[in-house]
Write a protein that binds this ligand. Structure first.
Ligand code: PMP
Length: 770
């Protein structure tokens, strides 16, 4: 095996120029002057014909075997067909038509000879490669892999020591490494390889690869553009990702900025061929393996052939030093990120926080120590520090963070068509029909916008136009949005100026600390009865609409019984107003009963607003109304939002509905939600600071009080609890008029084991912060 790789052992052919000239004319029918080129394994001549053409005459080392020659020739032809733009040599047939032939050498042995087109350009030093050139290197490596994808040849099962799969065979050579620190490092690379890479290799996508995309085998023109890929002598059937690992390690071996430079090569590679997760995860280990291999083999060979020029290069192993300094886990993280093609460069958390503070002075952050997130998966969020957080807060990622089916649908549509909705397209129509089918038949007209605020804002315009009135009713701590109109409907965030004149508030149905409590008879109806007084206070302008958030989330996650909303609807209508059900929080199955929380009450709202979870993170929102109401908006007034219901948003929202249905997320919300609520009630039994536990499905609130008797809100404690939970890797929030209600609203893929983790962590935290 070693013999095959070692040009020192298998000396190159040694034909006289005259003999080569004879081959050229006899076999290929050409005449020209020959110039001997450098070659470790073969004998190569540049051919200059009298008419100014250039070729390469290659007399191969018989040690390579005819099958290998045949494979290389076939591979070059395959590449030429698959990607004609790739700068590889083209084989030129001999006069008899065959792609290669054999000639007898001065020593009487048979030598394979071939004639190729001549590639211009030359090799360049590693330090001269700009990041654009590195990117293009990665890109070219990927194109070569892609061009070889469908290629096979029986000789491709050939084994060489340089094949990364055989890294562990180097163990005995480690003794030749004189540097103790390096020896230890290589030992660790081998150990990690054994546990992480070796078991994964059989599962990696494999094909015939070039296997030696090193700096010596790639030619550049004067503009640092790649003009040639040479030396297919190491081609073998191996995992595709090895090609990239070898290129990164070999090109950057001596560079001080190797890790940064590797990111540029990876970026180029994935612009052609995205890496699979398993490949991305191993890339750093494979690069380290190649570095370890190169270092070990070179050191060992230097010992064998101390005088050989090519083995006495300066031993600067900057890349290997950089990996040692950064730690392989950090390099793994960086390469994994690079393989994902992050469109930005990650900053250090404190620096990012400061930049954000300056550039976005009014943009709020959660927690005393904000969380710097890089990635999400299911119920998990991952921080820049590599920490994993259990997400008990985000209703946006209703189907779980980065749901593969939804992200695939979004990406596929984005690649295909992303424009506004003034054209015919299936997605917006499919989605509108789908939403209609989930709602009472009276709600038959759909409008798409981009946020809950916008949908509520539009609802407000329609309500005013349809009723000819201009008064609104909301609950005392409601939140419905950020626009001028919806801010007016958001008592939670009113400024010191207080209540706008056209808005009246009603007490939210708080049966724990409100004016009517759970032991008061008919308490839900008594709360609803406040509608009448509120409407009376708006008598001069009339009641256009009541905005109801069926779960009263901002009011402290109150989730009143169905009778409340039924009574609200009855009274609002008897006052001539419309009922807007704001399902931004409670919709999309969160309550575990229906897709829309208002359905459980049996009422038919006049308008339904949906947003937040609708695209699992892709911005999309909708307003569904009784079409009769739209008559009040003049025909010439277009109801259109540029991004509203665009094909990507449509596809995202459809995929979310599919996933909710197919993964049974509504039922899961009910099942796991009930389990979680039981757990919270149990915790309340041992922690008197939990004054009340409430909620439905996967929308839960735990109200913290300083004293269960007085029910004094424990606002500061709630903040300490959310901070301490964050520090222990569990993310939740706090809400309600006093900010003392722990808000638990996870993605609907939340399972019992996640609930258990939340509960045990909360148990610890409540014991610790008391
Ligand atoms: N309505 C409710 C009930 C909400 O909770 C929110 C957002 N928190 C909105 C409307 C506004 O939605 P957006 O932030 O998407 O504009």
């Amino acid at each position: 095996m070693v013999e095959r790789l070692d040009p020192l052992v298998a000396a190159p052919p040694a034909f006289e120029t005259a003999a080569a000239q004879q081959i050229l004319s006899g076999t290929f029918g050409l005449t020209g002057s020959l110039t001997l080129l450098a070659g470790e394994r073969d004998q190569n001549f540049r051919v200059d014909t009298p008419d100014g053409q250039r070729f390469l005459l290659k007399i191969s080392n018989p040690a390579d075997g005819l099958a290998t020659i045949d494979m290389q020739t076939a591979a070059l032809r395959h590449i030429e067909q698959a990607d004609p733009g790739l700068p590889v040599m083209r084989t030129l047939p001999a006069t008899a038509g065959e792609p290669w032939t054999e000639v007898t050498g001065p020593d009487g042995r048979s030598y394979p000879v071939r004639l190729f087109t001549f590639l211009t350009g030359g090799t360049v030093p590693d330090s001269s490669l700009t990041s654009a050139a590195l990117r293009s290197f990665g890109q070219t490596a990927a194109r070569l892999g892609r061009a070889l994808r469908g290629f096979f040849h029986p000789a491709a099962d050939y084994e060489i020591l340089w094949d990364l799969s055989h890294l562990l065979k180097l163990r005995p050579l480690l003794a030749h490494q004189p540097d103790e620190v390096r020896r230890a490092q290589i030992g660790r690379v081998l150990d990690r390889f054994e546990t992480r890479v070796t078991p994964a290799v059989p599962g990696l996508r494999a094909q015939v690869i070039h296997a030696d995309m090193s700096l010596g085998n790639v030619l550049f023109d004067d503009g640092l553009r790649i003009s040639g890929i040479v030396d297919f002598g190491d081609m073998t059937h191996a995992p595709l990702v090895f090609d990239l690992a070898v290129a990164i390690a070999d090109v950057l071996y001596h560079r001080d900025d190797a890790i940064d430079a590797a990111e540029a090569m990876i970026a180029g590679y994935i612009s052609v061929t995205p890496l699979e997760d398993g490949e991305a995860e191993l890339l750093a280990d494979l690069v380290a393996a190649r570095l370890a291999m190169a270092t070990t083999i070179i050191t060992w060979r230097r010992g064998l052939h101390p005088d050989h020029a090519s083995l006495t290069r300066p031993g600067n192993q900057a890349f290997f030093d950089a990996v040692e300094a950064a730690g392989i886990d950090e390099v793994t993280r960086r390469f994994r990120d690079a393989c994902r093609g992050l469109p930005y460069r990650r900053s250090a958390t404190p620096e990012l926080r400061e930049r954000r503070r300056r550039a976005l002075p009014r943009s709020p952050l959660f927690y005393s120590e904000p969380v710097h997130l890089v990635r999400g998966e299911g119920v998990w969020l991952f921080g820049a520090d590599g920490r994993r957080y259990l997400d008990c807060y985000n209703n946006v990622a209703v189907a779980g963070h980065a749901h593969p089916r939804i992200t695939r649908a979004i990406a596929a549509q984005q690649r295909l068509l992303a424009t506004h909705s003034r054209y015919l397209h299936e997605a917006i129509v499919d989605l509108a029909e789908r939403l209609r089918s989930t709602l009472p038949p009276s709600l038959d007209a759909v409008m798409f916008v981009n946020s809950g605020s916008e949908a509520n804002d539009l609802a407000w315009r329609i309500a005013r136009a349809a009723t000819g009135r201009s008064g609104a009713i909301v609950t005392e701590c409601a939140y419905h949005g950020l626009t001028e109109a919806t801010h007016a409907l958001s008592a939670e965030v009113w400024s010191d100026a207080g209540r706008p004149a056209h808005v009246a508030t009603v007490p939210a149905p708080d049966s724990y600390r409100g004016v009517y409590r759970s032991d008061d008879e008919n308490w839900p109806q008594r709360y609803a009865a406040h509608i009448d007084g509120a409407a009376r206070s708006l008598a001069s302008i009339g009641l256009a609409a009541m905005y109801a958030e069926p779960a009263c989330t901002a009011d402290g996650i109150l989730v009143p019984p169905p009778g409340y909303l039924r009574e609200v609807a009855r009274r609002v209508r008897s006052q001539g107003g419309l009922l807007v059900a704001d399902e931004v929080q409670a919709g999309h199955g969160r309550t575990g009963v229906h897709l829309w929380s208002s359905q459980a009450t049996g009422i038919e709202p006049d308008m339904v607003v949906m947003g937040k979870p609708m695209g699992n993170g892709f911005p999309v929102a909708a307003l569904v109304v009784r079409s009769g109401l739209l008559g009040a908006i003049p025909e010439r007034t277009e109801l259109f939002s540029t991004f509203g219901g665009n094909p990507v948003a449509g596809v995202a929202a459809l995929a979310v509905l599919d996933v909710i249905e197919e993964e049974g997320l509504v039922a899961n919300a009910a099942e796991v939600g009930a389990y979680l609520k039981q757990g919270l009630l149990k915790l309340a039994g041992s922690h008197p600071v939990i004054g009340d536990v409430r909620g439905i499905g996967l929308l839960s609130g735990a109200e913290l009080v300083t004293d269960p008797a007085t029910r004094e809100p424990a606002t500061a404690l709630a903040r300490r609890v959310t901070d301490a939970m964050r520090d222990r890797g569990v993310l939740l929030g706090a809400t309600g008029p006093a900010g003392n209600v722990l808000k638990i609203r996870p993605p609907l893929v939340f399972q019992r084991e996640h609930a258990d983790l939340l509960l045990t962590t909360l148990d610890e935290v409540l014991a610790a912060v008391r």
